[in-house]
Design a protein around this ligand. Structure first.
Ligand code: GLN
Length: 204
């Protein structure tokens, strides 16, 4: 069974747990989902979700608990991470905000709440690279990705701005895939890479 951790210091934790369990059931895979509030758990996880919520709070608690470096090591080892909304802000290289200690997992810079200045929340159907049909995306005080490094793939845009990005084993969205019943992004980010690993193991 695969162990998938949901970073649970603050934010939309139970929604990610549910989405991961749905994705596992739909693909007939055994997973153990663990909520991460302290150090020492991340090293035993095969994949991680980094939820939305409040990025200043999340980054402060990750650092306080010593979970920040464990997440950096997890990404450096090429293990999957799905970061959503505030999770994207925390995963970025730069959030242009001293109150957010970014993890630098993705070579992007983000503007916190940039969509939110115009409109608090909105929904849109997005074409996402790797998915056959549009994804119904829920944006809530969403960050804007305003700089993308050369090693970052843009998986989806909205009004010409990146809203889903990937670099190595890290996938991040400025919207909230955990708030809809559609678990395709959880599968894409967290399950497909694990299944690919499992296939390699089976052939070896
Ligand atoms: N704007 C929030 C922040 O800066 C993120 C919003 C969200 O995750 N829904 O943390």
């Amino acid at each position: 069974s695969r162990r998938i951790g949901v970073v649970a210091v603050q934010g939309n934790v139970s929604e990610h747990v549910d989405a991961i369990e749905r994705a596992a059931a739909a693909t007939d895979h055994a997973v153990e989902v663990v909520e991460i509030r302290e150090s020492g758990v991340v090293p035993d996880c095969d994949a991680l979700a980094l939820p939305g919520g409040e990025s200043t709070t999340i980054s402060r608690l990750l650092r306080l608990e010593g979970i920040d470096d464990e997440i950096r090591d997890h990404a450096a080892a090429g293990k999957p991470i799905l970061a959503t909304c505030a999770g994207l802000i925390v995963a970025a290289r730069d959030a242009r905000d001293d109150r957010v200690d970014t993890l630098g997992l993705l070579d992007v810079s983000v503007d916190r709440n940039a969509f939110g200045r115009q409109v608090d929340s909105f929904e849109a159907g997005l074409d996402v690279e790797g998915l056959d049909d549009p994804f119904h995306a829920v944006f809530i005080r969403a960050p804007v990705v305003d700089e993308v490094g050369p090693d970052v793939d843009v998986l989806a845009t909205w009004e010409d701005r990146p809203v889903a990005v990937a670099q190595g084993s890290v996938v991040a969205t400025s919207f909230h895939p955990e708030l809809t019943a559609d678990d395709r992004l959880h599968r894409l980010a967290l399950f497909d890479p694990l299944l690919a690993d499992a296939d390699v193991g089976a052939e070896a």
